[in-house]
Design a protein around this ligand. Structure first.
Ligand SMILES: N[C@@H](CCOP(=O)(O)O)C(=O)O
Length: 500
């Protein structure tokens, strides 16, 4: 639809222009810095930053119901930037002109309700939000769209030139970073650091295909992250991990979409997400808080972060009920099928601590929880989900396992509705599925396949066939007819089919 076809009162709000006043604010010393330079940590005290709009109050001049109408009408516009995360421009990148927006098809991923059989098994009503259907097949594209749009804006303004973007990754961030950077090539080039042999072949192929420089580093993600932090402190590079606060802004779109998808009614809802470097749970809380602040949603949903027992620093931190006594300790991670979240020292932990307190305070009760699950539970629930129409990877399995555990421990009530983050596409982590089917997980995972979830292809080639087709050597005539009949009979026998 064209703008002039919309109701008159909504027309002035449909196409957002640059506005607001974004600044970096240090979570520790509260010092503020302008956004003309890329910053990742506070130049004064070295702590982590978040972006704030010092003119946020102007957005309150528009009522919550009016905001809902604006976002709902924007759905009908054919303006690429508004078909992605910038539908929520005023909250995600108010200072950016729309022509700076990099849109590769990210966001507005489907929310799919689980079938009755799977809901019964889990004991609760739930949906998956399929963020694996983003362009690089993970939720990271939301944050990269924001970070690279900002870089494009800096390029357009002449504030930077020849950007080298770097990130550390367990596989999804690097795929997204390389993809979005390649869109701005040659002004932006990218280099990614991956823990050697701790990224799946599919994930490794992604930055290679996008033309990034790929460095494999011994150790785990936390080691790569330290190197990237060193690079960003000592060299002229743009850090693309979620330590970069622009990433957080983009990932807030996940919350906005959930709210919009449920008609802005968040009462009785629980949002479940895996926690690795903790940027996503930071963004989810921050997004819902902003919508709440503007009166767009009346209730804050419950939020449940899930960690594997092999990489559980955030879970451990919140085991201590007294906030005064809590003390964050990084953990040594062990191999995990939730490999993207195999992180012992999440860079966003200070943001999480700040936002959990704020979220619970605003909700007037504890609304944020962290749950822990086993490796076995992750694999079993992933495969159960996928046998019921989903395409979730191990982290989607982690979410579902976390939902079941949270219901059991009373963190989520049986009459609530949960929305689970399917963070990446199942195909990225197909090797874990194969290890399950082949029963060859190394012992440290502690995973024993359940017979009812195992699957394997069967080769059909009846022994009495002396001629079979091969590539470049097709059969024809009687030979083809005989091959088809015998093979069909063999399959019918295996499937126990009766002749009609
Ligand atoms: N799971 C992540 C780890 C880094 O995440 P980030 O969001 O903090 O950049 C990955 O896919 O690499």
């Amino acid at each position: 639809m064209r703008v002039d076809q919309f109701p008159k009162d909504i027309q002035p709000y449909l196409i957002p222009g640059p506005g607001g006043d974004l600044i970096y604010r240090c979570l520790n010393c509260q010092k503020e810095f302008g956004i003309r330079h890329l910053l990742y940590t506070c130049p004064a005290c070295g702590h982590v930053l978040l972006l704030y709009d010092t003119d946020f109050e102007r957005l309150k001049k528009i009522s919550g119901p009016m905001w809902r109408r604006i976002f709902d009408y924007r759905r009908m516009l054919n303006i690429p930037a508004l078909n992605g995360i910038y539908r929520y421009h005023e909250l995600i990148g108010p200072v950016l002109p729309l022509d700076a927006a990099v849109f590769l098809g990210e966001g507005h991923t489907p929310v799919v309700e689980a079938n009755a059989r799977l809901q019964k098994k889990a004991g609760i009503r739930f949906y998956f939000k399929n963020d694996g259907q983003n362009p690089s097949a993970s939720f990271k594209d939301r944050g990269m769209a924001s970070a690279l749009s900002y870089i494009r804006y800096l390029l357009q303004q002449g504030y930077v030139s020849d950007v080298l973007a770097v990130c550390a990754s367990t596989g999804d961030t690097s795929a997204a970073a390389a993809l979005y950077a390649s869109f701005l090539h040659p002004d932006v080039k990218s280099a990614v650091l991956l823990p050697h042999k701790r990224v799946t072949p599919q994930q490794l192929s992604q930055p290679l295909g996008s033309g990034a420089m790929v460095f494999e580093v011994p150790g785990v993600f936390d080691d790569c992250m330290k190197i990237v932090e060193h690079l960003s402190e000592h060299y002229n590079v743009a850090l693309l991990n979620s330590k970069n606060a622009w990433r957080i802004l983009g990932q807030e779109s996940y919350s906005y979409e959930i709210a919009q998808g449920f008609e802005y009614d968040m009462a009785g809802k629980a949002v479940v997400a895996p926690v690795g470097n903790a940027g996503n749970i930071t963004a989810i809380m921050s997004g819902f808080l902003k919508f709440h602040d503007l009166g767009i949603i009346e209730d804050l949903p419950r939020i449940v972060g899930v960690q594997s027992e092999h990489a559980n620093p955030v879970y451990k931190y919140y085991l201590e009920p007294d906030p005064e006594k809590r003390c964050f300790e990084p953990v040594q991670v062990k191999p995990s099928v939730a490999q993207a979240a195999m992180i012992g020292n999440p860079v966003s932990m200070p943001r999480v601590i700040r936002l959990v307190a704020e979220y619970n305070r605003r909700a007037g009760q504890q609304k944020v929880f962290v749950e822990e699950v086993t490796e076995q539970q992750i694999m079993d629930w992933q495969l159960r989900a996928n046998r019921n129409g989903h395409v979730v990877c191990t982290h989607g399995g982690e979410c579902l396992a976390g939902l079941v555990a949270a219901k059991k421990s009373g963190k989520i009530a049986a009459d609530e509705t949960a929305i689970l983050d399917s963070t990446a596409h199942a195909l990225k982590f197909a090797d874990f599925q194969q290890m399950y089917f082949d029963n060859n997980f190394p012992p440290e995972y502690g995973i024993i396949p359940r017979d009812e979830l195992v699957n394997a292809p069967e080769l059909v080639c009846p022994e009495d066939l002396d001629k079979v087709p091969r590539p470049g050597r097709p059969l024809s005539g009687d030979d083809l007819a005989h091959f088809v009949q015998r093979t069909a009979e063999d399959i019918a026998m295996r499937l126990d089919l009766k002749k009609v």
